[in-house]
Structures are given as C-alpha cells and as structure tokens.
Design a protein around this ligand. Sequence first.
Ligand code: GLA
Length: 371
Amino acid sequence: MREIEKKAAQAYGERFDEDPELVASAPGRINLIGEHTDYNGGFVLPCAVDRRVAVAAAAGSGELYSTNFDEMRRLDEARDGSWADYPRGVAWALDEKGYEAGNLRAVYAGDVPLASGLSSSAAIEAATALALDALFGLGLDRKELAMLCQRAENEFVGVQSGIMDQYASLLCEAGSALLVDCRSLEAESVPLNLEEANLALLVCDTRVERGLADTGYNDRRASCERAAATLGVEQLRDAGVEDVSRLSGEELMRARHIVTENARVLDAVAALRAGDFPELGRLMYASHASMRDDFEISTKELDAFVEIAEADGAPGARLTGAGFGGCAIALVETDKTGRLARAVRETFEARSFQDPVFYEFVPADGAEVAR
Ligand code: GLA
C-alpha cells in the first residue's frame, strides 16, 4: 500500500475500532495539452500525478471522516458546500441510475493540493466510485464510473465541468498520458517515457486563487456554444480552421483556440509516438499562447512561468487545467528543474507575486483498489 492509503486505513482503524474492508485511491491530474476542448466534444491528453486521495471504506451507516479537514460528515445529508458533497454526489448519481449501492462508512486522506487545479475533487469522486463499486459488487467499468462521477460534479455539486478530470483519474496508466476523444468517449494510453528522454514534468502552483474560475469557466463554455451555433455545427469539434474565419470578435477568438487546440492534441500524440519531444514542447508553447491571447484564461503569474521556462531553454511549458490561476507545467531536462524553479521563485518575489510551490512527477497510476 502507498503511504496515503496506509494513512487512510490507519485513521479508519483508530476512528471505528475495526479494519476497513478495502482501501481505494485515485490520483489528481495535469493536462499535457488540450484545454477546454472536452466540453466542445474534442480531444484531451492528461496524465495522472503521483498525488492521490485514498478512501478506507466498509459497508456502514453513512459516516464520512476526512483526515485533511479533521471532521466528520454524513453521506445521507444534503449538499453543504463541503468536501463531503463529492462522495454524496457519487452516491446520488449511482442511485439515480438505479444501482443498488449500500450505505458507506469511510475515511478519506489525500495529498492532492486542494483548489490548485490538479483535480482533487475528481480524485475524491473517483476513489469513492471505485470503493462503492468494489464494496457492493456493482460491476461497473471505469468509463461508466467516470461518467457517473461527472454527473455527480455537474448535477449534484453544480460545477459544469467536462469529462477530462474523471477520465484521467480513473483511466490513466503509469508511464503514459491518456488520449480521450471526448465525443465518442474512447480513450487510449499513449506512452510518455520521460525518463528515457531525460525529461521531467515540473508543475508550478502559482497559488493564485481560482476565485473567478467558475464564472470564467461558464462564460467560456457559453461563448463556445454560441460560436458553434453561429457556424451551424453541433459542437466546435465539428468546425475547421477555415470555418472560424466566418466568425468575429470574441466568438472568433474562442473558437480559434478550440479548433487549433484540437489539432495540437492530435499532433502532440503523433510527436509522442515518434519520441519527438521538441515537437511536443513546441505544441505546448503554442497552446499556451492560444490560451493567453484567444481564450484569455491565463494570468500574469502563469505567463511569467512560461516565459521564464522558455528563456531557460525548457522544451515546452503551458498553463494546465481551467486557467484563471492554479498551475502551469514545464517539460524540463531532468538536471534543470531546480534551476528553473529558482529562477521562477526569484522573479515571482521581485514582482511581489505569491510564493509558488513546485512538484516534479512522472506519469502515475490511475485509480486502484488495494485491499
Ligand atoms: C477543468 C474541467 C475540465 C476541463 C478543464 C479545461 O479542469 O473540470 O473538464 O474543461 O477545466 O481543459
């Protein structure tokens, strides 16, 4: 068992004076490329990070405890804006679909940074869904679980996110990124052998609160839908670069990002398959520019990180996730991560930005049940 899984199991034992029946855990994610494309029926290429949410669970009477928040909540209570809404949402979504999951007793422990855009919420949902599936023998596959988790997020928690985060948490494999066609919901692992290429992924959490994230996110979704309607297509997935020129103003900018980003994801997959990391990096920088100029979801901190990475010779860098704050990633030569982090820290300090936090990781396992 991983440390975080042991922590959940141990806390369960201390709290309930018995062993859990199982421990399930699920990772957070970064997205290598393909931002805001998921709800446009397009392509994404996330990978799991080695930070996880673990849940130690057994059939019980609805007690939920979080070691991170040191508080007890109940599964069968109404939405209250707390972490417990995610497990509640998953139980609700299962019930809505007619699956007979019994009641749960569970202890959560996690080391996915909260509210920084690494999808800690999808990790709680995925770990809960997997635990319920295993405990009550529901026999659901990973894709079905991911869709139930998205439903929980959209309809119970009330956040209109796409399918990327839940898919990444449940379907990613170690050493790989996951190409998802968000229309057909087909997914396939694409090898991401960073070590072989002497590269690492450095995550920079700018620690800028994603406070306006919800409004900004919903706003972008609405513009994309308007642009698709103007073009007479179902989703922007169906539009090509030549179509976009029929648009103007904000719709043109938003649609141009989506259409070019979809193409970049497919080019990135081809580059990965060919082991062409310089090309992958070039696509990452192009993606960042498109998010900064056309989709307008970057911040001065995220831009500064990407500029410093480029000046330092990193093969690629871009903001990752929804934007409006949160994290950026850089593809960096293994022996240069420390230097890049120092350079970024110095600039952030000189510009009176928040002190950033860095994580280095290799693509990790998706959700798992460890008994
Ligand atoms: C958030 C959402 C995802 C996706 C990204 C942007 O992480 O939860 O569904 O839309 O933003 O790519």
